[in-house]
Write a protein that binds this ligand. Structure first.
Ligand SMILES: Nc1ncnc2c1ncn2[C@@H]1O[C@H](COP(=O)(O)OP(=O)(O)O)[C@@H](O)[C@H]1O
Ligand SMILES: O=P(O)(O)OC[C@H]1O[C@](O)(COP(=O)(O)O)[C@@H](O)[C@@H]1O
Length: 311
């Protein structure tokens, strides 16, 4: 079986809540849904673990508030390669309004010193050699320049490891220089990357082609409730999951999709079956406050309703 690791450079606690309507400039009472140890790579690992794929997790964790992460790693038996750094892991606030709109407040977190980064680069390039597939997920924290990130990523791809990159803004732009094997921007991230709005599917497909032509073998664009698009040498396909009618929180939908893609790759599913499965996992994610698939049987009825089209 392929050996999988995820790396989260900017871990986060997610404080997830629900309220009728956000009223700016006033006091808002919020129903707490939970405070979860998270960050993109950790969410991906959590879902993979639920799907019986062993996974190792690495990146940075703030020393001052790491307890809940450690409990989670121990209870899920995730191999912990996290480097502890001074300070606290950030708390991100995620609010869902009754109409399903989700507002994210992603805070900045710990500061990575040049020494932290130097030891991370040396250690990660060493331990990453044990893995066949590595997902690098989320933003880069203060102290790591896009250039330093891209240089590290290049050293990783040079090791002939399949690298999945799910990040945004300058980290995504710089990360492309390392030619990761697969990227998964959402529509907004793709628009930022390409530098203009993408009003329809044809514009989105064209933009994804531009990125593919930069040497990225697989470009998966997630389009929220509209589904997703996957462009690769194997084919260009679209998946449309059944719309979730009762959205609890869309937080972690993209991470669940990345986990679903990895599940398909590890199990050598076809491109169509992989995207259909990833769509079902991500559609399931929006019906709950936290990420995870505690009962994979619940995915079956969703999977049956995923519509696949070749384009
Ligand atoms: N309202 C929804 N109903 C069903 N599936 C959804 C919904 N929102 C998102 N998804 C699924 O989750 C995937 C990722 O969502 P998206 O919002 O694009 O990612 P991100 O969280 O990275 O912004 C989508 O491609 C789709 O499969
Ligand atoms: O590292 P970033 O880009 O700031 O994102 C971190 C946030 O992304 C999440 O992993 C959710 O991501 P998705 O909704 O894209 O799946 C949260 O758990 C976390 O707070």
């Amino acid at each position: 079986m392929m050996k999988v690791a995820t790396i989260t450079l900017n871990t986060a606690y997610d404080l997830v809540g629900r309220l009728d309507r956000i009223n700016l400039g006033t006091v808002n009472a919020v129903e707490t849904l939970g405070l979860f140890p998270a960050g993109k790579g950790i969410n991906v690992a959590k879902v993979l673990n639920d799907l019986n794929i062993p996974v190792c997790v690495g990146g940075f964790l703030g020393k001052e508030n790491q307890k809940d992460f450690e409990h989670m790693f121990a209870s899920l038996k995730l191999e912990d390669k996290f480097q502890r750094v001074d300070g606290k892991t950030r708390i991100n606030v995620k609010l869902t309004e009754t109409d399903g709109d989700v507002t994210d407040f992603n805070f900045s977190g710990y500061q990575i010193t040049p020494q932290d980064w130097q030891s991370f680069v040396a250690n990660s390039l060493e331990y990453c050699q044990q893995f066949d597939l590595i997902a690098i997920c989320g933003s880069i924290p203060k102290g790591i320049s896009p250039k330093a990130f891209s240089d590290w990523l290049t050293q990783l791809t040079d090791l002939n490891i399949k690298v999945i990159l799910d990040t945004n803004k300058t980290a995504l732009t710089a990360g492309l220089d390392a030619k990761p094997w697969l990227i998964k921007p959402n529509q907004h991230e793709l628009e930022e990357l390409i530098g203009h709005e993408l009003p329809d599917l044809s514009a989105i497909k064209q933009a994804a082609e531009v990125i593919r032509n930069k040497g990225i073998a697989n470009v998966v664009v997630s389009l929220g409730a509209e589904g997703s698009l996957w462009l690769s040498d194997e084919g260009n396909i679209i998946a449309c999951p059944p719309k979730c009618e009762n959205i609890v929180s869309t937080v972690g939908a993209g991470d669940s999709m990345v986990a679903g893609l990895i599940y398909g790759l590890v199990n050598q599913l076809s491109q169509q079956d992989t995207l259909a499965f990833a769509s079902a996992v991500s559609a399931w994610a929006v019906s709950q406050s936290n990420v995870g698939v505690t009962n994979p049987d619940l995915l079956k009825p969703i999977l049956e309703k995923v519509e696949m089209t070749s384009i």
